[in-house]
Design a binder for this molecule. Structure first.
Ligand SMILES: C[S@@+](CC[C@H](N)C(=O)[O-])C[C@H]1O[C@@H](n2cnc3c(N)ncnc32)[C@H](O)[C@@H]1O
Length: 366
């Protein structure tokens, strides 16, 4: 980690550890809105290919694709992307080519990520791919896995996936437990690589970017320029303060954000927004973001999802509506709004507005 500290210093950054969050990235100087704080190429990445959609392994483009003629799994848009990936794919290709057709179908993007992780480690150990302060397997080893917090069902799934990876890699000393733990690391550290319109293209592991902790009121944002992950300040970050990004959709209610963070990242957020849970301002904000209007007997309150998800409760009169009821109203509204958007008739639009009103509920967030 000393090597990483040394390479972060000229960028105006430093590492620290907090008892409640683990490793954290701190600003060692002031950063200003729009400024790049840190950027990193992926340690590894794969496109989110499926049976119905394929992308180039190098640039994630969907055009001019040709399948690798040896392994029949990986696609490239041209020779420059193929060359870029060749050192790693040469090894991967030999392994994938040995699989029968049925087995190849089970090589999902997540399985490929893990296979590539071990192959990259092998190539870095053999100095075929250079090891640098920002690009080395030690950072993967240092990632949090939360192995002791995940449930049995998830552990079993990771063990099954680890078995498949082991079968593909054919390495005699590979440890199923270690591979399963690495799947758990992927779950709370890997990033979805998106295009400029936030459409998901692939998944990447950026072990230095992964040091950045979450806040529901973040001072920085993670964006992608191709495969390059770039963290930019969205507000003034004074020297010595922690750099934070949001792991989840910030335009969601506190209950929804906390649920997602707990399920995927296994922690309870205690940021300034989450600390206001249940307070008047938090209820108002959640109502705007996800609430449905109650309007029962003229009530002007908002229905919000209960934390146990049994139903929706009006924050003013206490009325409970079950999920199915809300879902039905939401689908009626969607049908009406689809009809409205295809109608150019002002009278019909007026009738539709009254129908919306009769449904007495706002469908946002259902
Ligand atoms: C991508 S890692 C961030 C770096 C991590 N702190 C470390 O030591 O490697 C995500 C994990 O960090 C911790 N974490 C991130 N943000 C947190 C927060 N706001 N509060 C508590 N724990 C947090 C959780 O354990 C989470 O699963």
């Amino acid at each position: 980690m000393e090597e990483l500290q040394a390479s972060l210093q000229p960028r105006g950054l430093t590492l620290s550890t907090f008892h409640d969050k683990g490793r954290s990235l701190l600003a060692a100087r002031d950063f200003y809105p729009g400024e790049v704080i840190i950027s990193q190429e992926p340690y590894l990445c794969v496109p989110n290919n499926s049976l119905t959609e394929s992308r180039c392994d190098g640039c994630f483009s969907k055009s001019n694709l040709k399948k690798c003629s040896a392994c029949h799994v990986v696609w490239y848009c041209g020779s420059s992307c193929q060359k870029l990936e060749w050192k790693l794919h040469r090894l991967e290709c030999q392994l994938l080519a040995k699989l029968d057709k049925e087995r190849r179908k089970s090589v999902t993007p997540t399985i490929r990520m893990m296979v590539k992780l071990y192959l990259r480690r092998k190539l870095q150990n053999g100095n075929v791919i250079p090891v640098t302060a920002m690009d080395n397997y030690n950072f993967v080893e240092a990632l949090v896995s939360h192995m002791s917090d995940i449930d049995e069902k998830q552990l079993l799934l990771y063990a099954q996936m680890a078995n498949l990876v082991n079968l593909i890699l054919q390495l005699p000393n590979n440890d199923i437990k270690e591979i399963a733990e690495n799947f758990s690391k992927f779950a709370c550290n890997a990033h979805t690589i998106c295009d400029s319109e936030l459409r998901p293209l692939g998944t990447g592991l950026y072990p230095v970017i992964s040091i950045i902790n979450h806040s529901c009121l973040p001072n920085a944002v993670l964006i992608f320029e191709g495969r390059l992950a770039v963290v930019r300040a969205v507000q003034h970050i004074p020297k010595d303060s922690e750099v934070s990004i949001s792991y989840v959709e910030t335009a969601a209610s506190t209950i929804t954000r906390q649920k997602t963070l707990k399920e995927q990242y296994l922690f309870t957020c205690t940021c300034v927004r989450c600390n206001k849970l249940g307070q008047y301002g938090d209820i108002q904000e959640s109502a705007i973001l996800e609430g449905c209007r109650c309007r029962d007997n003229g009530c002007s309150g908002f229905l919000l999802r209960e934390s146990d998800e049994k139903g929706f409760v009006c924050q003013q009169c206490g009325l409970i509506r079950n999920k199915e009821e809300i879902r039905k109203i939401a689908s009626d509204i969607k049908a009406l709004s689809d009809k409205a958007s295809s109608s150019g008739n002002i009278n019909a639009a007026g009738r539709m507005e009254r129908s919306f009103d009769n449904l007495q509920i706002d469908d946002s967030g259902v």
